[in-house]
Design a protein around this ligand. Structure first.
Ligand SMILES: Cc1ncc(COP(=O)(O)O)c(C=O)c1O
Length: 362
């Protein structure tokens, strides 16, 4: 039997979401965030679909930048975590990839290893995320060092990142924005702070460059909203097949740990997908699964290779297809049923899930 789980990646939906980003922030350049294997959608198909649209690609790891260059992408690429040693710096220079500079060690590496081919640098300012970036008292000194460094081309850009932008009523985002403006307005730099939530909920955060990630994939960056509410189309549909039907009697219990008991006689469809494919083990009893367009509840614990769904008296047979998330079943809803975020669900669809690319001609 061929393995049933399939992630269908609709590149026309991706392009439509990109158009939505452009419409929302028409004056800004777009750095499409395609790290983590294009948020689990496949970095190469995603980059191909955006090849003539995005002004740049943002990735987290050097390997991702290498993969893009090896696949022939000549676009500007920004490495969000920058470099950690001399070899990585040389590689960035060789590949013509921009580096984010967020810690003093990187300045030392730059100053002690003059580059023949200078790179473009983005200076990261700490505005409240407390993850990567320089505090404001360090910022001007570092900026000057970068501006004077022969291995850096042009004026360094300035960027930062929002911590709470998924909640539009949280005052933290405005505070970060104000701080970023105050600390950078005198600099002759390209500026960037907006992720998807910023793009949608804080137009004043757009600046020169925006950095959309999750919204490109049709998923809402805002709490309590679905992508469709924001004019987005889900790019990924995760589906599988029914691999067995069980007749279960009242009182019988299902799966590992017997976490669900049948209240009456019923039929259970066993579907060929589990946590080994990236379906979340934390999905609760009642998490919806679509079979023939109709929602049925997940029952019992998610196994490595299968899940169980209570189909009652429904006439469903082995081989029928089922949707775990996608167009009519938002991944945001499944994330809520699994006490996680949709980012995690799309990112962790595993290698063994067949990736079917749809509408790859732009
Ligand atoms: C530095 C940076 N910018 C932009 C993004 C894109 O964020 P989002 O997917 O919420 O749009 C990320 C994602 O984690 C990020 O780390």
């Amino acid at each position: 039997m061929t393995y049933a789980a399939t992630a269908t990646i609709d590149l026309s939906a991706l392009r439509l979401n990109f158009a939505q980003v452009q419409k929302t922030a028409p004056a800004s350049k777009i750095m499409a965030v395609i790290k983590a294997n294009g948020y689990g959608h496949g970095i190469i198909p995603v980059a191909s679909a955006l090849r003539n649209l995005a002004n740049a690609f943002a990735v987290a790891q050097l390997e991702e930048a290498i993969k893009l260059r090896e696949a022939g992408f000549s676009q500007r690429i920004i490495l969000l975590q920058g470099f950690t040693d001399k070899q990585e710096l040389l590689m960035l220079s060789e590949l013509e990839v921009d580096a984010v500079i967020h810690q003093p060690e990187q300045i030392q590496i730059l100053l002690t290893n003059p580059l023949q081919k200078p790179i473009y640098a983005w200076l990261k300012l700490e505005t409240g995320m407390h993850r990567l970036g320089f505090r404001s008292h360090q910022m001007m000194g570092i900026y000057q060092q970068l501006a004077n460094c022969k291995s850096i081309t042009g004026s360094p850009g300035c960027l930062s990142h929002f911590s709470n932008a998924d909640n539009p009523s949280d005052p933290k985002t405005l505070a970060q924005l104000k701080y970023f403006q105050e600390k950078t307005h005198t600099l002759n730099s390209a500026k960037s702070i907006a992720n998807s939530a910023g793009i949608i909920a804080w137009p004043q955060s757009h600046f020169d460059w925006i950095r959309p990630g999750i919204m490109l994939y049709g998923v809402s960056p805002l709490q309590d909203k679905y992508g469709k509410d924001l004019g987005l189309q889900p790019v990924m549909t995760l589906s599988t097949q029914v691999i067995a039907i069980q007749n279960i009697r009242q009182g019988e219990k299902i799966g590992y740990g017997e976490t669900w008991e049948a209240a009456k006689d019923t039929k259970i469809a066993i579907l060929g997908i589990g946590y080994g494919d990236g379906y979340p083990r934390s999905a609760q009893n009642g998490t919806p699964v679509l079979i023939n367009g109709k929602p049925f509840p997940l029952v019992g614990c998610v196994s490595m290779d299968s899940i169980s769904v209570d189909i009652g008296e429904e006439n469903i047979t082995v081989g029928e297809s089922a949707i775990l998330w996608g167009d009519d079943l938002p991944v945001e809803k499944i994330a809520a049923c699994a006490a996680t975020i949709p980012y995690e669900l799309v990112c962790r669809v595993s290698e063994r899930v067949y990736k079917k690319i749809k509408n790859d001609h732009g």
